[in-house]
Design a protein around this ligand. Sequence first.
Ligand code: BGC
Ligand code: NOJ
Length: 759
Amino acid sequence: MLRITRYRYNNVPYDSNGKYYYIADGDFVWNPGWQPTQTKLDSYECRHGIGYTRFTSSKNGLSAELLNFVPLSDTCEVNCLTVRNTTDSAKSFKVYSYVEFCLWNALDDMTNYQRNLSTGEVEVIGSTIYHKTEYRERRNHYSYFSVNEKAAAFDTSRDAFIGTYRPASNPAAIENGGCTNSVASGWYPIAAHELDVTLEAGAEKTFVFVLGYAENPVDQKWEAPNVINKAPAKALLAKYQTKEDVDRALTELKDYWTNLLSGYVVNSADEKVNRMVNIWNQYQCMVTFNMSRSTSYYESGIGRGMGFRDSNQDLLGFVHLIPEKARERIIDIASTQFPDGSAYHQYQPLTKRGNSDIGSGFNDDPLWLIAGASAYIKETGDFSILDEMVPFDNDESTKVPLFEHLTRSFDYIVSHKGPHSLPLIGRADWNDCLNLNCFSDTPGESFQTSGPSEGPVAESVFIAGMFVKYGEEYRQLCLHRGLTEKAEEAEKEVKAMYDAVLTAGWDGEWFVRAYDANGDIIGSHKCEEGKIFIEPQGFCVLAGIGVKEGKAQQALASVEKYLDTKYGIMILQPCYTHYYLNLGEISSYPPGYKENGGIFCHNNPWVSIAETVCGHGDRAFEIYKKTCPAYIEDISEIHCTEPYVYSQMVAGKDAAFFGQGKNSWLTGTAAWTFVNISQYILGIQPDYKGLKIDPCVPAQFGDYTIVRKFRGATYNVTIQNPDKMQKGIRELTVNGRSVEGNIVPFEEGVKEYNVVAKM
Ligand code: BGC
Ligand code: NOJ
């Protein structure tokens, strides 16, 4: 994992080292973004848009606007700073910029000082500072920081700019009245510009700063001995020289998002639903597409790559936005599957190879591939993906059609069952922390990789629920390919699993969670702690298990009774109060956190979807609202994470900080909440034959419309609910014609569908 600028791991609460702009104006030194001087400002505002952030602030008769974004098609970040003199006389002041370079490899940068303090190198040409550490040897990439104005001076040595023993809030260069044109050699290379500004009364000036990254072909690294080839940097910088250039790039970025997000637009009486569905939830889904679990405030970016299960689930949230990318992603993921249907738990996005440090053995993984592939086909109608030739473990000689991969996924579960005819859990299922074959008693040992990856006894009711859901998807794909015999076999297997869940997987009031390596029950009233878990209640019911038998409804009532809180549904109760060797990481967390009784936002939508399966629109929506950022913005002091972003976890009622969110942004919660609200509550579900209209809403939700782009056509859907129903479409008309059932059949060539559905 490479970094351009340095991130100080474990640096909270200092939380310093951004890209800083200082304004030195008489007695005041301040920052448009407040950090790092923390000078009290006369006004301050920070706005996050889709792909950009804008800071607006003022101090002592100067106002500043700082706009930050990464343009759509260039490898750089633009920081556009406009300063205005709001007084009625002229003002002279200085603007300083500051970024600190990382010596590329993030892990090496923070550990290998004996070497790294001697490798730093820069070049300075005009107002562009090039960071070229290690370029002399094996790297053919460099970064640079530039401004569109002549700088009065610069610094590239941190010691020169900040000064020794000083913090970034009080740089020596600023105190001494200017930069010293220092050229870094070893130690800590930075880039700082000093700009002299004089503004007449009311005048303003814009500086365009660009932090860029460039690569050269290996044979074109140099323009002279030890002088880097700057052609790509110069070409890029030429595009960002004026405010108009910046405006153009920002407009392009905004247009991109507006267009991307136009594929699902709801207009209901509930402004928060509209805001979350139309903007932020979909945006977060795209962030998980781009970043997976690689870098955020909570993920260091130097550990895991892409998760097999995570990536398939993320796909459920972005497949309608970027279907071609989803297709590519499915092929990449399937290429890391093993011939027996199991899978590398993770793979590296750049090499696209499975990660052997973690290996395989997470027995839910195979089924998520069916989930991803079937969602893609339902969205696009592109069955041809099933014929795509895809290798196992990236070995080109093993290529088979993707459909065969799905068959191996399905067969893996069928051939890996335990004593109760339930699926073997392996290292873990969706809940990475339920490690039933691990038995780790050594501090620091990874729960994910220690112990045997397989055990012949420990079983998962959750995987059983998944099998019923995605086994049925697989059966439908078989039918589509004319494989009736295979479809019948699949039906039999799914039926057998359904029955196993209702017998060995039923505890009397709710679904059991698992059986451990000794065959002892987990998630049952017979257990002392961890009597009830959310996952099997959500997933078994959404798969339809026990609905006709009345058990599904009973399981959901138990969720409400034992797991629900005002901030969402907890993952289990009662929490584990001590470490259990037979359970693993789940019991390593203090009660109320993470998998030990936190409100794991990822599986709250499963329960909400399950409620829609049972026709409970009021309850489904109530669950939706509890973890939905827009509805909890009023309790931001408790919730703590961004009021427009889903978190992985909110502390459960047993935790000291009940209601506090953690791990925002990179979580499967984004995809699943979007699936829940867009498909199950608002009810627009892609299906093989067309768009299914199947809303399940609160009785008081009112009429609403949705514009949905689907397979190149636009669907203008109006849902009317005159009798305040929670579920069920009574009448469906498409382009003025009445249609049987609730599927709007897709017809090649029809570009617009005006749909009215009456509940
Ligand atoms: C976390 C899980 C995560 C796992 C894998 C555990 O420490 O609690 O949420 O899935 O690590 O990285
Ligand atoms: C986060 C992981 O990324 C995901 O794969 C897992 O399912 C959940 N934690 C629950 O353990």
